[in-house]
Design a binder for this molecule. Structure first.
Ligand code: KIV
Length: 272
């Protein structure tokens, strides 16, 4: 038998153990171009179903299916070595029953090699989370603004505006934590609610549009790099990659049109 290779990647239990400690850094990534750049700097990478919107031009994440998630998940796992890779279960792949959720999650883990899956929902998903976690599938939960429910929520709006809504989101977070989720994404809530949730659960809260009152943060990489024309108001741009790409393409197009591109650089050299 060959000697065991040490597991270098961060694991779901390692992320869970970061509760209340050093803030957890995470980003989404969807392909082998960006994932290796993010890998050494993030604790986990989410292959989010936001890829439907930012990589495939869909209106919402509702159109994304399991095959698409698996194709992107494989690219990200193949091109990284350090961060935990979490892959989103898409809309329709887990809500019908805990058995449906297990078969989708097991397929995602076996076919991508990722270390965990994420699903949206609170109290309603607690039984499913417990079922998966007790069968070897680490689950990250997602409460507050849950984009797969956009048609019920009436748009991508911040959540928890009245007392009943606030109570419900706290109850959702507590339910997924007690069910065995190793972390929970908290999206689109105001700072005092994020702080209350973070204090109420024993697992790390990962905020997006939810203030710094969480145990960690996540952003959609295309948004923070300036690759998406319209971004949610809370997103800070850390780069201007869209502009950089446009400038490079403009320079190339100008050289081609003027037949002035450097012949040396664009021509194969004869061998020998
Ligand atoms: O799909 C996604 O990118 C997400 C993040 C916004 C947390 O769920």
């Amino acid at each position: 038998m060959s000697a065991e290779k040490p597991l270098r990647r961060r694991t779901a239990p390692a992320i869970r153990a970061m509760k209340g400690g050093q803030p957890i850094v995470s980003l989404t990534a969807y392909n082998a171009a960006f994932a290796p750049l993010v890998d050494p700097l993030c604790d986990f990478i989410l292959v989010g179903d936001s890829l439907g919107m930012v990589e495939h031009g869909m209106e919402s994440t509702v159109e994304v299916d399991l095959d698409l998630m698996i194709a992107h998940g494989r690219a990200v796992v193949r091109s990284t070595t350090e961060a935990l890779i979490v892959v989103d279960l898409p809309f329709g792949a887990y809500e019908a029953s805990r058995e449906q959720a297990f078969s989708s999650a097991a397929r995602v883990m076996a076919e991508t090699g990722c270390g965990a899956v994420k699903l949206e929902g609170g109290v309603a998903m607690a039984e499913t989370i417990a079922f998966l976690a007790s069968r070897g599938i680490p689950v990250m939960a997602h409460v507050g603004l849950t984009p797969q429910a956009v048609n019920m929520l009436g748009g991508f709006k911040s959540q928890g505006h009245d007392e009943a809504a606030r109570r419900k989101i706290v109850a959702d977070a507590v339910a997924v934590a007690e069910a065995g989720a190793f972390a929970v994404v908290v999206e689109g809530v105001v700072a005092p609610l994020a702080a209350e949730i973070t204090g109420a659960v024993a697992i790390p809260t990962i905020g997006i549009g939810a203030s710094s009152a969480c145990d960690g943060q996540i952003l959609v990489i295309n948004d923070m790099l300036g690759l998406t024309p319209r971004v949610p108001k809370f997103v800070k741009r850390y780069g201007a990659i869209g502009e950089a790409v446009s400038e490079a393409v403009k320079a190339y197009a100008a050289e081609v049109r003027q037949r002035s591109f450097p012949a040396e650089e664009h021509t194969y050299k004869p061998r020998g």
